[in-house]
Design a protein. Structure first.
Length: 131
């Protein structure tokens, strides 16, 4: 699908979204529900109630973009909720997004141990680059 740079974060809305929403509606959800800045360059993923339609909202540098996919058959499987019950969004990896789009059963995927930079370290290095 895409080549997503490692610094781009991906936020998945846990609640179903009305797919009639377009730019302004999805921007509002990214701000109010996911509590993120839609101008950040990150990806915001929204799925409908039947889980057969998916929209990805992102800032393309000169304007907002929406990527939209409708399945002809089947449905998307979402990752098990790793967020707290009161959180409306879940951060996923580019690999998880690819698996969702390809229709792979996420519960059957086994992850081998890999080194990961902690969120605290990532946030500290990104803020030092902005200074």
């Amino acid at each position: 699908m895409w080549s997503i740079p490692h610094q781009v974060r991906i936020f998945l809305a846990r609640e179903p979204v009305d797919m009639r929403k377009s730019f302004h509606g999805l921007i509002a959800l990214a701000e109010s529900v996911l509590e993120q800045d839609p101008l950040s360059g990150h990806l915001f993923v929204f799925i409908n109630r039947r889980r057969d339609r998916l929209k990805v909202l992102y800032w393309g540098g000169v304007g907002y973009c929406i990527w939209y996919q409708q399945l002809e058959e089947g449905s998307y499987q979402l990752p098990d909720a790793q967020a707290a019950d009161d959180e409306a969004g879940l951060e996923i990896t580019a690999g998880q997004l690819s698996l969702i789009l390809e229709g792979i059963d996420l519960s059957s995927v086994r992850h081998r141990k890999r080194f990961q930079v902690s969120d605290r370290h990532r946030d500290a290095t990104s803020s030092s680059r902005r200074s």
